[in-house]
Design a protein around this ligand. Structure first.
Ligand SMILES: *[C@@H]1O[C@H](CO)[C@@H](O)[C@H](O)[C@H]1NC(C)=O
Ligand SMILES: *[C@@H]1O[C@H](CO)[C@@H](O)[C@H](O)[C@H]1NC(C)=O
Ligand SMILES: *[C@@H]1O[C@H](CO)[C@@H](O)[C@H](O)[C@H]1NC(C)=O
Length: 375
């Protein structure tokens, strides 16, 4: 049986076996790893303080009719938007949701978890979360399932085409810069040591994924967290100002990450490609020229108010209560809550990562990665 007929058989069996995620998308397959920027609902299944399972989260997410899905924004995340643009007809479901195993041979699976980081300890204040190394363990489970269904050879061919995206590191940084959080069991290490430590541990996970068959990677750098409402409030910064200290720390990490990915491309290319997604510059541009991009507010969160504890939720299903914590026009705000961008920003970033030049996605953009022939 050739792979095409086999795929059709898979589509057919999947239709029979699953009820909700029944939209086959053999063209675009993605496995999503990371933190709350890309969590599609895994934390809903954990005992954790980091959840987005209450309104008004998801208010603009059309497939759920505006109900929360566990995404930490008002609408779609960047992987959602990029997937749709490249022809995916369903969003990779959260791994922890019931009965998601068959989706591994469909459009892929989402392993991301809010509050998690590259380092296992990151986010422990929030209790439940899936650190990156455990996300990769879960992928290993999915792979075992795939091998059972398709065999080793077809699994390899399938994974070769899939996009593996990793959006992580923000929480490691936030934990590091918050003085109240005891980190790494003692005194803080030097910033450069910390940056190396993060890149080293992330590289370990990239290599594991490579061993498991991943070939097309998108590794997202850390955005200028010094400009998010949470960090600005923590440092008592006035309107329009960002924490230079935090942003400098992040730039150092991003540079190390970019050059490590360059090395991986030399070692493991051309069959494997590691794309560095420069979210730092993309997001900085949006904040600096927010009016140019159609926004009116780049300082305050749309939801949850402008000072700690920044709680964005709606107590009951009362629309007039909701308007008291929500901005009037969500499309005019850069920040959805104190940490996360609005869907409007996600749409702009997705477009840049998909079609941007080498200063944005190196060594190729995501559309080129998707079309890249590595067989
Ligand atoms: C990160 O790497 C260090 C070695 O530098 C190792 O001891 C540690 O277990 C790793 N931590 C993780 C995966 O969080
Ligand atoms: C990333 O590394 C490549 C290769 O060294 C370099 O050409 C590119 O300018 C770097 N990008 C950024 C944003 O630093
Ligand atoms: C909704 O909130 C408004 C204003 O607080 C109140 O007057 C109204 O009775 C509430 N409605 C419901 C159904 O709770």
């Amino acid at each position: 049986m050739d792979i095409f007929r086999f795929s059709k058989l898979l589509i057919f069996t999947s239709f029979v076996l699953t009820s909700f995620h029944v939209l086959p998308s053999l063209s675009f397959i993605s496995f999503v790893f990371g933190d709350s920027l890309v969590d599609a609902g895994n934390n809903d299944y954990l005992f954790t303080l980091s959840k987005a399972n209450l309104p008004p989260y998801g208010i603009d997410f059309k497939p759920s009719g505006g109900q929360p899905t566990g995404r930490f924004t008002n609408g779609r995340t960047i992987p959602d938007i990029i997937g749709q643009t490249l022809g995916a007809v369903s969003f990779p479901p959260p791994y922890l949701a019931p009965n998601t195993q068959p989706d591994a041979i469909h459009g892929g699976i989402n392993y991301a978890s809010g509050a998690s980081g590259i380092l296992d300890k990151t986010g422990s204040l929030f209790i439940g979360r899936i650190p990156l190394s455990n996300q990769v363990n879960y992928f290993e489970q999915s792979r075992n399932y795939m091998v059972n269904v398709m065999g080793e050879k077809r699994t390899k061919a399938f994974l070769k085409k899939a996009i593996f995206s990793l959006t992580t590191g923000s929480n490691d940084m936030l934990n590091y810069v918050q003085p109240s959080i005891p980190f790494l069991g003692g005194d803080k290490v030097f910033p450069s040591t910390f940056q190396d430590y993060m890149v080293f541990n992330l590289t370990t996970q990239l290599k594991r994924l490579h061993e498991l068959g991943a070939r097309k990677f998108v590794v997202v750098g850390i955005a200028p967290l010094g400009c998010i409402p949470f960090v600005r409030a923590l440092n008592l910064l006035p309107r329009g100002k960002c924490s230079v200290e935090v942003n400098t720390l992040i730039q150092g990490y991003n540079q190390r990450l970019n050059s490590t990915l360059d090395q991986l491309n030399r070692q493991l290319g051309p069959e494997s490609v590691f794309v560095y997604a420069n979210s730092y510059d993309v997001f900085s541009r949006i904040i600096l020229s927010y009016r140019h991009y159609g926004f009116e507010n780049a300082d305050e969160p749309c939801c949850g108010g402008n000072f700690p504890p920044f709680i964005c939720f709606k107590g009951n299903n009362n629309a007039s209560t909701a308007t008291s914590v929500l901005c009037d026009d969500r499309s005019k705000y850069v920040f959805w809550d104190a940490y996360h961008p609005t869907e409007a920003v996600n749409i702009i970033i997705s477009k840049m990562l998909l079609d941007g030049d080498e200063s944005i996605s190196f060594p190729m953009n995501i559309r080129e990665l998707y079309n890249y022939n590595n067989s």
